[in-house]
Design a protein around this ligand. Structure first.
Ligand code: 5GP
Length: 267
């Protein structure tokens, strides 16, 4: 039995006290939820894959100068991170219309947006994470103007970098969610990237076939979520001892036979 102190348990992750002050251990679960936890399930091996993908992405982002909470991966499901005060905003970047923006504004899924959109959602499960304007953020003091400036400029850089990283492995980064936190140094704090970046919080479409390689497979009962998450990791070259070569045709046909939803969109 673990004698570690649990700090927080979320839908897909658990945070434990870290070995040193100012650190935490982030544990990735296989649990999956959607629609504000109305739909619950498990994606076998998701925690292991997301831990690896998020490590890779955060490491690459650190190389281009994005400050992050990631310190190092500890094992298959855990990583050591810096403890931050999470800013209560989900920062969503959109390159192509899909999901809630398509529903809210009646834009067909797959329609490229004239330019990248940044949206902010107030993190509150009881309210269903409502979309908010920067005026609300300032009015209720969820983040300062200076913090919002840092958040939006980092978010744009992250989007540019990740679009290229995924395009190189034939994946379109449709949209994704980021979270940021305050790292304190005495009275002073600065904003750094926190949480995770994985197929749980991104829409990733195969550029050739339009196949969805992300959590929408679970949300929309498309089946094949384990294979899709593994495929993203494989293309990123993260599956040790397995064939990481690019260009191999990704076949979700056996998953498709379990399809309960509409057939995948061809984009
Ligand atoms: P939408 O607003 O269309 O539902 O989501 C936009 C993007 O943000 C999608 O890539 C989605 O995965 C991500 N996203 C939005 N809210 C959440 C959330 O609460 N959890 C996770 N994991 N991703 C989210």
């Amino acid at each position: 039995m673990s004698r570690r102190t649990k700090i927080y348990e979320g839908k897909a992750k658990i945070l434990y006290e870290g070995p040193e002050p100012g650190t935490l251990i982030q544990y990735f679960k296989d649990d999956a939820t959607a629609f504000n936890a109305e739909k619950k399930g498990t994606i076998n091996g998701k925690g292991v894959i997301n831990n690896r993908i998020s490590e890779h992405v955060f490491t690459r982002l650190a190389h281009i100068g994005i400050p992050t909470h990631f310190i190092r991966r500890l094992n298959m499901r855990e990583q050591l991170i810096r403890q931050v005060d999470i800013i209560p905003l989900e920062v969503v970047l959109r390159n192509v219309a899909a999901g809630s923006i398509s529903k809210r504004l009646g834009i067909e899924e797959g329609e490229p947006l004239p330019h990248t959109l940044i949206e902010y959602y107030y993190k509150d499960d009881a309210l269903g994470d409502p979309l908010v304007a920067e005026e609300h953020i300032a009015c209720f003091n969820w983040a300062s103007n200076e913090e919002m400036h840092d958040i939006s400029s980092m978010a744009i850089r992250i989007n540019d970098f990740l679009c290229g990283m995924f395009a190189a492995i034939d994946i379109r980064l449709v949209d994704f969610k980021l979270e940021f936190g305050r790292l304190y140094d005495g009275d002073y704090s600065r904003v750094i990237l926190a949480d995770e970046i994985s197929p749980d919080g991104c829409r990733l479409w195969d550029m050739t076939t339009g196949e969805k390689l992300d959590k929408d497979r679970f949300r929309r009962d498309l089946g094949g979520e384990e294979e899709a998450y593994r495929e993203v990791a494989r293309r990123l070259g993260l599956l040790n001892g397995e064939d990481n070569s690019p260009g191999e045709v990704f076949d979700l046909s056996h998953a498709r036979s379990r399809l309960r939803g509409p057939p995948p969109l061809k984009k």
